[in-house]
Each structure stands twice: as C-alpha cells, then as structure tokens.
Design a protein around this ligand. Structure first.
Ligand SMILES: NC(=O)c1ccc[n+]([C@@H]2O[C@H](COP(=O)([O-])OP(=O)(O)OC[C@H]3O[C@@H](n4cnc5c(N)ncnc54)[C@H](O)[C@@H]3O)[C@@H](O)[C@H]2O)c1
Ligand SMILES: O=P(O)(O)OC[C@H](O)CO
Length: 330
C-alpha cells in the first residue's frame, strides 16, 4: 500500500517508520529540504528523532505533491494551528478515494474545531473518509520499537480497519473505534492537563496532587465529550485515560515539560524560547476553554491553565483558585 505522511516532526517520522515496518511504501514530506535530504542520505532525521535508524522503504521529499502521488492513505502530522493553511495547499492533489488520517492532538483557535472537522472543511471530503489515530504514543519510545497500543477512530469501520492493518507491527497494536469525537477530545485535552501536571511537578507537589489532577482532568474531559455526544466510555480507554496517564507521567512529554517551565516561574515567552517542539496544549487551552464555555461545560483545570499560560497568573494563585471552588458531590 502506498502511503504519504505529511510532516516529518517527531510523530510524523515515527509514524512513517510504523507504516514502513508494517510493509507499506511511505513517502514522508518534510517542510525543510535539509531534513528530507538528511533522511535520504543518512537514514536519520537529525532534528526530531536522531537516535532512530529509519527503514529504507521511507522516501523523504520536500515536495508535498510528489509525496501525495497515488497515496491511498494520507497521514497529516503538522501542528494543529497550521493544518488548515497546509491542507488548503495540498487538498487538490489528494487521491479522490484516499483515507485521510489525523495525528494531531489540538483544537483550532478561533473556530474551536476538532482536527477532523478542519480536514472535512478544508479538503472537502466526507467525514467518514477521515480517521484519527490517538493513544499513549510518545514518539521517541515508539521510534525505538517499544511496545504501545493506540486507537484508530473512524465512522466508516472499513476505513478504520484499513488503517489498523496498515499500522499493525510487532511493537504497535491499534484498536478500532467509531467514536471520532471522543478520541480527538481525549488527545487534545490531555495536553492541557499535562501542562497542569508539569506545573505541579515543578512546584514540588506530591502524588496526591498529581493523582487528583489526572482524575479531575479526566472528569472535565469527559464532561466536554458528553456535551459533544462522545461516548463516555472512550475516556476510560487508550485515547482517554491511557494517553492522559502516559503524557502526564513521562518526562518525554513536551506538554508536561512546558508546564514544568511555567511552574518554575518562566513566562510564556521564556518557556516558548526554551521549547523546540510543538506543545499543543499551550494554544489549545484557549480553544478548549472557549468551546467549553460555549457549551456551558465547567472545565476548572483548563480555565486555570489558560490563566497561567496567557494571562500571566502565578501558578500558586491558580492552584488556590482551584482549591477554593465551591465543594460539591463527585
Ligand atoms: N511527538 C509525539 O510524541 C506525538 C505523539 C502523538 C501525537 N502527536 C501530535 O502530532 C502532531 C505533530 O506533532 P509532532 O510531534 O510531529 O511535532 P514536532 O514539533 O515534532 O514537529 C512539527 C512538524 O511540523 C512542522 N511544521 C512546523 N510549522 C509548520 C508549518 N507552518 N507548516 C507545516 N509544517 C510545519 C515542523 O517542521 C515539524 O516537521 C501534534 O498535534 C502532536 O500533538 C505527537
Ligand atoms: O509530547 P507531548 O506532550 O506532545 O505528548 C505526546 C503524545 O501525544 C503522547 O501520546
């Protein structure tokens, strides 16, 4: 099967390796020609996964239209906030029956749309042609072929199964699911909760605080999901609890690490300067807060993360605001 991965960051590159290890022919588009050239000539992506030797079945290119030629599966692995702009350029070159796969874990600023909604609008495809892959999938671990599981969500179960087959390897185990909304929200909101977890970690807070953040974070994610007709059980699965726990616990998480910078007292600008990679929760917390407010869903942790990130509120003040909320039944 011919597949294209558009975006050669950490996850795009690791995902290309999965597709190739599963037997696919993979074209990997890198925005910077130097990255495409390095992958072609050395077999390594020096900026994003320097320790991972990539399979020869991956053909790197800086030309998105060359990557898209005859691709039956098109995987989108760019930052959430640039997806609409990127896809507008590429849409006319996507095969009319290709399955589009979203790897992004974010919500669009301004529109508060999920990534699959942005894809449907921008590429002009039916919603059942879009699949979402989401789960506890830290790219550096998967690049080293460490075992992990994930979810492939699509309303067309035949397409979900097609993608499942295309990414099944001895180290990567995908499950299908038809709850696209739940899987996307699980992936996007866990980044915001991981920011809170990172802030708490840097403040020296202990495991009770962290377990409370994870559990109440999952509660507010589920509330948002239910308001958008997601299946509440999705949040107990890999794309919900699984990804939330994996991301919060891992020092490899860019979102948790960004939170640690904020918890040490760095400003948003200083934390951004210290971060090379995409920490989706930083922008998505604004969009998720707006989405929740528009649906009258309470998301107190998300509200406080947004205040720390974008309103300069000190983590101690945000924590006090969370702890002094009116008491209520669980
Ligand atoms: N890294 C992970 O472990 C992981 C795992 C699962 C999901 N994700 C999600 O995958 C998505 C991509 O993340 P990543 O880890 O590959 O990010 P990354 O920061 O490692 O790489 C981002 C990629 O996007 C490219 N890019 C930056 N600006 C761009 C623009 N304006 N137009 C087009 N491309 C641009 C960069 O060149 C790079 O190739 C994110 O939504 C992330 O949440 C990441
Ligand atoms: O490094 P992060 O924080 O973007 O998290 C990566 C993945 O989403 C974990 O599943």
């Amino acid at each position: 099967m011919r597949t294209a991965v558009l975006g050669a960051g950490s996850w795009g590159t690791a995902f290309a390796k999965i597709l190739a290890d599963a037997g696919g022919d993979v074209a990997l588009w890198a925005r910077r020609p130097a990255i495409a050239e390095a992958i072609r000539s050395t077999g390594y992506n020096p900026d994003y996964l320097p320790e991972c030797r990539l399979p020869e079945r991956i053909a790197a290119t800086a030309d998105p239209f060359e990557a898209l030629e005859k691709a039956e599966i098109v995987v989108l692995a760019v930052p959430s906030q640039t997806l609409r702009r990127n896809l507008a350029e590429w849409a006319g070159h996507i095969h009319p029956d290709a399955t589009l796969v979203s790897l992004m874990k974010g919500i669009e600023l301004g529109t508060t749309k999920r990534m699959s909604e942005v894809i449907v609008e921008t590429a002009g495809v039916a919603a059942d042609r879009v699949a979402v892959v989401s789960g506890p999938n830290l790219a550096p671990e998967i690049a080293l072929s460490q075992p992990a599981a994930t979810v492939v969500a699509c309303t067309d179960i035949a397409r979900a199964t097609l993608v499942q087959k295309a990414i099944t390897t001895p180290y990567f185990r995908p499950y299908t699911n038809d709850d696209v909304v739940g899987c996307e929200l699980g992936g996007a909101v866990k980044n915001v909760i991981a920011l809170a977890y990172g802030i708490a970690t840097a403040m020296g807070l202990g495991d009770n605080t962290k377990a409370s953040l994870i559990t109440r974070g999952l509660a507010e994610t589920t509330r948002l999901g239910v308001a958008l007709d997601a299946d509440p059980l999705t949040f107990a699965g890999l794309a919900g609890l699984g990804d939330l726990v994996g991301t919060c616990m891992s020092p490899l998480s860019r979102n948790r690490t960004f939170g640690e910078h904020l918890g040490r007292g760095l400003s948003l600008e200083q934390a951004q300067a210290a971060t090379r990679y995409t920490a989706e929760g930083v922008k998505s917390c604004l969009a998720i807060r707006d989405l929740a407010r528009s649906l009258r869903v309470e998301m107190p942790i998300t509200e406080q993360v947004e205040r720390v990130c974008h309103e300069g509120v000190a983590p101690k003040i945000a924590l006090a605001a969370l702890m002094s909320r009116e008491t209520k039944p669980e």
